[in-house]
Design a protein around this ligand. Structure first.
Ligand code: ACO
Length: 389
């Protein structure tokens, strides 16, 4: 059979004329790269709407399974649908031997919990995971690793428990109170989705190549791990606890510490946001949830004075740029109130954001296109290897 000879390279792949005066947006800010029905982030009004519901109404009132269902199906489930969905997730909680083996080796090597979660998630990809498998198994990975890290044996999942109570059971080996489980649901719901943030965008880039959903989640975990994204609440809490332990007036100490951090060129974790030019609406939802957990302690009152002092210093530091409290500051307090240690904060964040990542993965596959932006070449021109000596 005769085959057409390929077109010369120059015709097949003509060089693209790049409009050179156009500025490069290194952080892609203001670039519209997707349409989504999942969440609307209004950075000027300080509002977050998740699939049509204001976050402050939705997060404290629904179970995490109901919010995950909402993101995946664009409507809240009926009681029966919620029970069936929660049951399908609960049946997927048991880890395969390979994952347990990897976690044990990671614990022996002293890996950080977020890295153990990446390893464990990668091991699930061996079986091409489904949505329920990822929602069921990732909490077990995080909780089992936390126990292994502390020299304790993982406990067996209990399929009759809902997601939040199950996670706390798997961590502690004892049942949580209803208010602890409620606080965790509220936290996961609050962080379940947030526009085209870095980890979600990463997931969508991977989904856009028609790779598998496990790989999209794995990539998102790598992006979330960074201190500028999901890694902020640990340092935010550590700073607060250290200043509290030093005693004296916390506002005074905070101002002194914050100025020294900024003078050293460091950022204050839990403050500032790419999109919000006002207070992150999630901060108030989480502050209210943390208040219930920390009712018996002075920590919340101290945190509020610390927060006010940080904001004062940030205003002096950047008078032209509104830097406000972001979600991570009260995340730190809420997760501390649940008894979690800072290394667990980012993995627990991932378990909530997982719902959004999965929904974005599906949305990208259904409507998206291969994501492939351009770069302006600024390297050397016209080099040659010359003639070999
Ligand atoms: N502390 C000190 N300075 C800050 C902070 C901060 N927390 N946030 C921003 N700035 C400064 C920047 O250094 C920059 O100064 P410059 O113009 O002199 O370089 C100026 O304010 C403007 O900030 P941008 O860099 O334009 O802000 P960007 O949109 O890139 O940053 C980010 C957003 C990364 C969240 C930033 O505010 C930050 O690093 N915050 C601390 C980390 C943090 O809390 N991350 C969690 C964010 S929420 C989430 O991802 C779930």
């Amino acid at each position: 059979m005769e085959t057409a000879s390929p077109a010369p390279l120059s015709e097949r792949d003509p060089p693209r004329a790049h409009p050179s005066p156009e500025p490069v947006r290194h952080g892609l800010e203001g670039v519209l790269a997707a349409e989504t029905r999942l969440s609307r982030v209004d950075g000027h009004a300080g509002k977050l709407v998740i699939a049509g519901y204001a976050v402050d109404e939705l997060a404290p009132r629904c179970s995490f399974e109901a919010v995950a269902y909402l993101l995946l199906h664009d409507r809240l489930p009926s009681r029966e649908e919620e029970r069936a969905f929660a049951g399908a997730i609960a049946r997927e909680r048991t880890l395969p031997p390979l994952a347990l083996q990897l976690l044990a080796e990671a614990a022996a090597a002293g890996a950080a919990p977020i890295d153990a979660l990446r390893l464990g998630t990668a091991s699930l990809s061996v079986e091409v995971p489904r949505v329920e498998r990822l929602l069921g198994a990732l909490p077990t990975l995080v909780a089992s690793y936390e126990r292994l890290r502390k020299g304790l044996a993982p406990v067996a999942p209990r399929p009759e428990l809902p997601a939040s109570a199950s996670f706390l059971w798997l961590l502690r080996g004892s049942e949580p109170t209803a208010s602890e489980a409620r606080a965790l649901d509220t936290y996961w719901n609050t962080v379940s989705d947030h526009g085209l943030n870095a980890s979600t965008f990463t997931a969508r880039v991977i989904a856009s190549t028609a790779s598998d959903v496990g790989s999209a989640i794995l990539g998102a975990l790598g992006a979330l791990k960074g201190p500028l994204h999901g890694g902020a609440p640990g340092p935010a809490l550590e700073a607060l606890l250290r200043l509290r332990a030093e005693g004296g007036d916390i506002a005074e100490r905070t101002r002194h510490w914050a100025r020294a951090e900024l003078d050293a060129g460091r950022r204050l974790m839990g403050f500032g946001h790419r999109v919000y030019r006002t207070r992150d609406p999630r901060a108030d939802v989480l502050r209210a949830a943390a208040r219930e957990l920390l009712a018996d302690s002075d920590l919340l009152a101290l945190a509020e004075r610390h927060e006010a002092a940080v904001l004062e210093v940030l205003r002096e530091h950047k008078p032209g740029r509104r830097l406000e409290t972001n979600v991570e500051f009260y995340t730190a307090l809420l997760l501390h109130g649940l008894g979690f240690e800072p290394p667990l904060f980012t993995p627990v964040f991932a378990l909530g954001r997982l719902a959004g990542w999965l929904a974005h993965d599906a949305e990208q596959r259904a409507h998206g296109r291969l994501i492939r932006p351009d770069a302006r070449y600024v390297g050397a021109e016209e080099r040659t290897l010359g003639v070999a000596p």
